[in-house]
Design a protein around this ligand. Structure first.
Ligand code: ADP
Ligand code: MG
Length: 403
């Protein structure tokens, strides 16, 4: 089955269209530090405006506790969206209800009403289907139809991702269509050698991905915060680095399955061990069997892959025909620990076949490190979503769109 596209909704002239986007952008001191997801949302918004619709835009931001929290307000996103949008963008302080209705009565076709962070209401992420459905009905009340385009959340069974889409005539937006097209090419018929590079800090989320990807990839290259659990599984001490201690046994199983399947799991051979978690922390490059031998001993924290590893990873990546990369190789937000991530990003730009970067922080990293989006085959707005797609899982937010 294929995704239902915007065309299936018929004429949108004069209608109110709810648009579920992923505008979950990184913020620092109340300002957006990477607006990639806002840009990625524009084609669908332009398409709907061209068809004469008013739009109610909805998104989550971060993980507030199911209640309003200034820190997670979409205010900064509203400001950026208004800078990029030719019509008006009216931000309301509620998620649904009277304020949304009255804002809608004040705007014209082609204008946007941006509701507040959906996760300010605990029912958005509730485990209880009835609660989610009740919330979705409130969201749906002012809408004629729904366009779902928040690719970064399609793996989450949440009210605005599933129940809202079921509540009204609905379709996928252009971003979801584009993402699915590229990822489907990776999933069904990748040119080989096919290398997947994993890193980042959502360790427990991502360790399971290793197992799921083993049957499909030729090489699995691993760095970032998740690597220390693998190094421990191989018997290395890792100081005070990020660790998922209860996963070590599971990971040992992955390592032996990889060798049975003939898949290379490529781990770093050296690590940049810092004396503390800070931008200016003194650090030492150490081989993986001596990570506690530096001045900070057991207190040292691995914040980046070392230069030998970075070079080795880059060679593997550049000589692959298909590469998918999710998760920074180190704490790239600190310049001193961005080298591994920069080396991997640079190698991806040299891939002769298809190179895909996935994940909010990974996409932010390549831009922060000075790369252009068009140096890569595709930059996916979804990290968890793209990984689950590549694993072959059924994603609830795509299933309701006919996928
Ligand atoms: P993505 O958003 O691309 O899916 P994640 O959210 O999993 O990636 O991880 C991104 C974060 O991982 C970054 O903020 C980065 O600082 C952090 N990170 C990378 N390597 C390490 C490490 N060795 N120790 C701690 N954090 C790390
Ligand atoms: Mg992230």
């Amino acid at each position: 089955m294929g995704l239902r596209g915007i065309d299936t909704l018929g004429s949108l002239e004069g209608l109110v269209v709810g648009v579920r986007l992923d505008l979950n952008t990184p913020l620092k001191d109340g300002e957006i530090t990477d607006d990639g997801r806002v840009h990625a949302a524009l084609p669908t918004l332009r398409e709907l405006a061209a068809r004469g619709a008013k739009m109610v835009v909805m998104s989550h931001l971060g993980r507030p506790d199911g209640k309003p929290d200034e820190k997670y307000s979409l205010a900064a996103v509203a400001k950026r969206l208004q800078e990029l949008w030719s019509g008006s963008v009216k931000a309301v302080s509620q998620v649904s209800g009277a304020e949304v209705q009255s804002a809608l009565s004040e705007v014209a076709a082609g204008d946007i009403v941006l509701v507040e962070n959906l996760r300010f209401d605990a029912r958005e992420t509730s485990k209880d289907t009835e609660e989610r459905r009740a919330f979705a009905e409130e969201l749906a009340a002012p809408l004629d139809c729904v366009v779902s385009d928040g690719f970064g959340v399609v793996h989450r069974p949440q009210a605005s991702v599933v129940e809202l889409v079921e509540a009204k005539p609905s379709s996928a937006g252009l971003l979801i269509e584009a993402e699915v097209k590229v990822l489907e090419a990776l999933r069904s018929n990748p040119e080989r050698p096919y290398t997947v590079v994993l890193g980042g800090s959502k360790v427990s989320d991502k360790l399971g991905v290793i197992d799921a990807l083993l049957p499909v990839v030729d090489k699995l290259v691993i760095g970032g915060g998740m690597v220390f659990t693998l190094l421990q599984a191989q018997g290395h001490a890792t100081g005070s680095s990020l660790l998922e201690a209860d996963q070590i046994e599971t990971v040992k199983g992955y390592l032996s399955r990889a060798s049975e399947l003939g898949v290379d799991i490529v781990l770093p051979t050296d690590i940049v061990m810092a004396e503390s978690f800070a931008a200016d922390a003194p650090s030492t490059v150490l081989p993986i069997d001596q990570l506690e031998s530096g001045p900070a001993g057991k207190n040292a924290i691995g914040l980046d892959i070392g230069p030998d590893s970075a070079q080795h990873f880059a060679e593997i990546i550049a000589s692959s025909r298909t590469v998918f990369w999710n998760g920074p190789m180190g704490v790239f937000e600190f310049d001193a620990f961005a080298h591994g991530t920069r080396a991997v990003a640079a190698a991806l730009t040299e891939v002769a076949g298809l190179s895909v970067v996935g994940g909010g922080d990974s996409a932010a990293a390549v831009r922060r490190l000075g790369f252009d989006d068009d140096q890569f085959g595709h930059i996916s707005t979804g990290g968890g979503a793209s990984l689950e797609f590549l694993e072959g899982k059924t994603l609830p937010g795509l299933k309701v769109l006919g996928w």
